[in-house]
Design a protein around this ligand. Structure first.
Ligand SMILES: Nc1ncnc2c1ncn2[C@@H]1O[C@H](COP(=O)(O)OP(=O)(O)O)[C@@H](O)[C@H]1O
Ligand SMILES: [Mg+2]
Length: 234
């Protein structure tokens, strides 16, 4: 059954930051495996390296040299061409940040459809812009933002901003959603709404990796692993 296949895995990842002469070891042999359709929560204290690990999984940053590797759908990131890797980062995975990272000068629809425009030429732009706008609008309406389409991020509440960020993460129909403390900046009620939205994506088959420091949030996932001393433990 395809639902038991691994969609994304990372093995033996190491990451040490260098602050001048000071070394900050963060990941030491981190290994994780995500199956197709699975929702995995990575639980860890503040500073345990959750964001670092998620950034590596999303190819937003690179692990230290070594035998560590990340494999998506049977293909090693390290063996992909630059354009395949760009496609991985922009299309195969969708990323949701704790602090939304919306572009302030773009409205809600424009923020949402932006990943659909990354790396395409002018001709392709004219071919896709209409359907991208439609898909963005549809997603935003589904997320209860039909009355906010032309608003700028600063005119939205935190919960509304995170809904936009999730719509943006889904615009290219990724295979895996990577969510970094998606409710970490929200009040409890709003956070619960955002978690419901993520749960609904999971029910419709999306694979999800969510990092959090909150055990009660983590327990909504199919499986909880913990990041401790730079390693992922069950
Ligand atoms: N760019 C960086 N340079 C130096 N140290 C960093 C950098 N990013 C994170 N760190 C340090 O690495 C550790 C793990 O950070 P992070 O992955 O953000 O943890 P978490 O998301 O679990 O709070 C922390 O001690 C943090 O201060
Ligand atoms: Mg973090």
């Amino acid at each position: 059954m395809s639902s038991t296949q691994t969609i994304l895995s990372a093995s033996r990842l190491h990451k040490t930051y260098h602050l001048g002469r000071v070394e900050v070891p963060v990941l030491q042999d981190a290994t994780i495996d995500v199956r197709e359709g699975e929702w995995v929560a990575i639980l860890g204290a503040s500073g345990s390296g959750k964001s670092t690990l998620l950034h590596l999984l999303g190819d937003l940053d690179q692990p230290d040299a070594g035998d560590g590797q990340i494999v998506f759908d049977g293909r090693k990131l390290g063996e992909m061409s630059r354009s395949q890797r760009n496609a991985y980062r922009n299309r195969s995975v969708g990323f949701v940040f704790q602090f939304y990272h919306l572009l302030p000068e773009l409205n809600v629809v424009e923020n949402t459809l932006l990943p659909g425009l990354v790396g395409i030429g002018r001709l392709r732009y004219y071919q896709v812009i209409k359907s991208l706008r439609e898909r963005a609008t549809e997603l935003l309406k589904d997320f209860g933002l039909g009355h906010r389409l032309k608003h700028r991020p600063r005119e939205l509440s935190g919960g509304e901003r995170q809904r936009v960020a999730i719509a943006r993460a889904l615009i290219n129909q990724p295979r895996v959603l990577l969510a970094d403390e998606p409710t970490g900046n929200l009040d409890e009620h709003t956070g619960a709404e955002i978690l419901e939205l993520i749960a609904a994506q999971h029910r419709s088959g999306l694979s999800i990796v969510m990092v959090t420091h909150d055990r009660s949030l983590a327990e909504r996932a199919d499986r909880v692993v913990e990041l401790h001393d730079g390693r992922v433990v069950d």
